[in-house]
Write a protein that binds this ligand. Structure first.
Ligand code: SAH
Length: 256
């Protein structure tokens, strides 16, 4: 029997076209696909008819399937010589628990590979016209989680992040928004710093809401922002307004 292979694959941020050629090829030739909640259905439709599709999605706070169970299923199918795809939203190694699965597979002696994906910070940066770096404005960015593994506000160093990073991108931050906003303000970040909330970025349901750090929580409430959403904080958020205004002006002068 030929040896199976597990491919831990990044599905990209939401737009089904934002997937790598290699990832798409693995989906098309898979015997088994284990996929998460954030994976676009159109990508699953790329699989062959006989492909076994197993949902192991996790809604925030709920675990449909434990990591241990996922590891066991991956290992069992690979041991049968199957081509197994573990499909994850964005990039598997950015808040995707891909590393944990790689460790389990390595321990079990199962051949595996990791295929990167466009992480939601990068996908939504492009779709919202908010560059993560911008000459003279932002020369660094950080991607952090807003929620810790205990479900409370993450214990990242908000004191350092408030000052040492130009563009701050916060994953899994919506439910902790009041605490995050408070922590950054408490540690001296200017409340007027431009900020954005990006919901379902790169999909047809994308919403981009901009304001300031001090307004973030009330904006999220009044606009009813829900997951999946990212928080972006930094002067580079202004580039979006600049681009949109310039586009508007150019269009007006063309049609006027
Ligand atoms: N591995 C994924 C992240 C998984 S953690 C990646 O690389 O993108 C889940 C969090 O990612 C969500 O709570 C949200 O903050 C963010 N996220 C994922 N897809 C998103 C999207 N299309 N728009 C906005 N945020 C998204």
């Amino acid at each position: 029997m030929s040896r199976g292979l597990v491919s831990i694959v990044g599905a990209g941020p939401g737009d089904p076209e934002l997937i790598t050629v290699k990832a798409l090829k693995r989906i098309q030739s898979a015997d088994v696909i284990l996929y998460d909640r954030l994976v676009n259905d159109q990508l699953l439709a790329e699989a062959r008819e006989g492909t076994l599709r197993i949902y192991c999605g996790k809604a925030p706070g709920l675990h449909a399937m434990t990591q241990e169970m996922i590891g066991r299923i991956l290992a069992a199918h690979a041991a049968e010589g199957k081509q197994v795809v573990r499909l994850k939203g964005g990039d598997p190694f950015i808040f995707g628990r891909g590393g944990e699965e790689a460790i389990v597979l390595a321990q079990a002696g199962i051949p595996f590979e990791v295929i990167p994906g466009i992480t939601s910070a990068v996908g939504t940066s492009a779709s919202s016209f908010i560059p993560l770096t911008h000459r003279g404005v932002a020369s660094s960015f950080a991607c952090v989680t807003g929620t810790g593994s205990d479900g409370n506000v993450s214990s990242v160093r908000w004191d350092l992040l408030a000052h040492s990073v130009d563009t701050l991108v916060i994953y899994m931050g919506i439910s902790q928004l009041p605490q995050i906003q408070q922590a950054l303000l408490y540690h001296g970040k200017n409340g007027c710093t431009p900020a954005a909330l990006i919901e379902r970025g790169t999909t047809s349901q994308e919403r981009i809401i901009t304001g300031t750090l001090a307004e973030l929580h009330s904006l999220a409430l009044s606009q009813n922002v829900s997951n999946p959403a990212l928080i972006m904080i930094g002067e580079a958020v202004r580039v979006r307004e600049q681009v949109i205004q310039l586009q508007l002006a150019a269009n007006t002068s063309l049609t006027g």
